[in-house]
Design a protein around this ligand. Structure first.
Ligand SMILES: *[C@@H]1O[C@H](CO)[C@@H](O)[C@H](O)[C@H]1NC(C)=O
Ligand SMILES: *[C@@H]1O[C@H](CO)[C@@H](O)[C@H](O)[C@H]1NC(C)=O
Length: 335
């Protein structure tokens, strides 16, 4: 009981932190700015294991990404029958996930929840990782919208637990606590789906920063593309958590010095660089304070799109692919 109480306090604290970060991020226009104005109604989302598996397999097959290796999909069914204690709303499940040196991008527990004829249809499910007889680690909590008439699929994030089992932590399973559920789970179709990478995941491109971009004096880097990994869920917008894949992507950014005549983006930048130099020389000669034309800046010169897999807002039982334009830097230049 003591542990439960401490855990609840930690969770409340997290919620407060999350909500304030969320508020700081401002209104909910990010998704619209990126070109998606209709979002699926969360209460209606019903993505079956089959739909997820087939959509994500197609998505990953067609993915042509020179920055990130494509993750591999694996599906794990229950290892042994689950134990349900309906009176307490507690379910224990063990999935046979082997140890591995792979890196987990994401892992989700997919459940088919039975219909709930009487109120409430809105329930709260919390999933924890069983660490020992008494200890639990909080993983995820969500509001789930059940249906009055038919079963419905839900998805719970269990990435942390799967990552720890793959690293070799003893797999004692997961514990689900459902506040308000009145029927037992359809446990025979429960599954954990994982997306993993082989451990050496980085793909370096020739345009990325490397030793050849270092200038002699002070060894400061010249303008080049740096890595910037973006985790959608951490951006502070709740809707971003609805992106099915990718959860993380390599966006890149540009930074570095722009010495004269170096990697100019346009003919204009070449000229601006010259004018800057001339101005500097004149200022030295005349000891004048005249405003200098600035140096050229290191900036994106070529951008690329990002394909994302999301729930179809028109049919919340299907996934669809969207393209967000100019979501990442491919090349940098001085402009
Ligand atoms: C959810 O999907 C399952 C299987 O795809 C289907 O049998 C069920 O009727 C759906 N439930 C709702 C509420 O649409
Ligand atoms: C500079 O102008 C020439 C002639 O129009 C063009 O061929 C060349 O691509 C331009 N260079 C850059 C970097 O824009």
């Amino acid at each position: 009981m003591g542990y439960f109480g401490a855990n609840r306090a930690a969770w409340t604290f997290l919620v407060i932190v999350y909500t304030s970060v969320n508020a700081a991020a401002g209104d909910h226009t990010l998704i619209a700015d990126l070109g998606l104005d209709i979002l699926p109604d969360k209460a209606k989302i019903n993505i079956s294991l089959e739909e997820y598996t087939s959509a994500i397999s197609t998505f990953l097959k067609s993915k042509d990404d020179t920055f990130e290796p494509t993750p591999k999909l694996k599906i794990y069914k229950l290892g042994k029958p689950i134990q349900q204690k309906l009176s307490k709303g507690i379910v224990k499940m063990v999935f046979p996930i082997p140890t591995s040196s792979d890196e987990v991008e994401s892992a989700a527990l997919r459940l088919l929840l039975p219909p709930q004829h009487e109120d409430p249809q809105v329930v709260t499910i919390r999933v924890t990782q069983i660490l020992s007889t008494r200890r639990r680690r909080f993983l995820y909590e969500d509001t789930i919208y059940l249906s009055k008439h038919s079963s419905k699929w839900c998805e719970l994030d269990v990435t942390q637990a799967v990552a720890s089992w793959m690293r070799g932590q003893r797999n004692l399973g997961l514990e689900l606590l459902c506040v308000g559920c009145r029927n037992n789970l359809n446990a025979n179709v429960a599954a954990i789906t994982t997306l993993t990478y082989a451990s050496h995941r980085r793909v370096k491109r020739s345009t990325d920063c490397s030793a050849r971009h270092l200038t002699g004096k002070g060894r400061k880097e010249k303008c080049c593309r740096h890595e910037m990994r973006v985790t959608f869920a951490k951006l502070g917008y709740k809707e971003m958590r609805d992106i099915v894949e990718p959860k993380i992507y390599e966006a890149g950014y540009c930074q570095g010095l722009c010495p004269p005549n170096y990697n100019f983006a346009t003919n204009h930048s070449r000229i601006q660089g010259l004018i800057h130099q001339l101005g500097k020389r004149d200022a030295k000669l005349l000891r004048s304070e005249t405003a200098l034309v600035p140096k050229t800046c290191c900036a994106p010169s070529k951008l690329g799109d990002l394909q994302i897999l999301m729930v179809d807002s028109k049919d919340p039982s299907k996934l669809r692919v969207e393209t967000w334009e100019n979501m990442r830097v491919l090349e940098c230049a001085c402009s």
